[in-house]
Design a protein around this ligand. Structure first.
Ligand code: FES
Length: 76
């Protein structure tokens, strides 16, 4: 029997920052939007957009991959 990668055992949530990408949220969480409404994550693992370009707010839709990377020297 193999483990289902979508099944997360445990009761603690964790957040992983993806460089130039979303925040990967694993575990039991409640997401609350700016108006105070609860949003049910699609599963016990979800990706929250932090680039502001998604069409599925607050979740990442992969649009961040289209953004041109800017080197620190170019940004200043
Ligand atoms: S982080 Fe992926 S669309 Fe914003």
């Amino acid at each position: 029997m193999t483990a289902d990668p979508d099944v997360i055992v445990g009761t603690e949530a964790s957040i992983t920052v993806c460089p130039d990408g979303p925040l990967l949220v694993r575990g039991p969480v409640t997401i609350v939007d700016g108006a105070g409404r609860s949003i049910t994550p699609p599963s016990r693992m979800c990706a929250l957009c932090r680039c502001g370009r998604t069409s599925r707010t607050p979740f990442c839709d992969g649009t961040h991959k289209k953004r041109k990377r800017v080197s620190p020297a170019e940004a200043s």
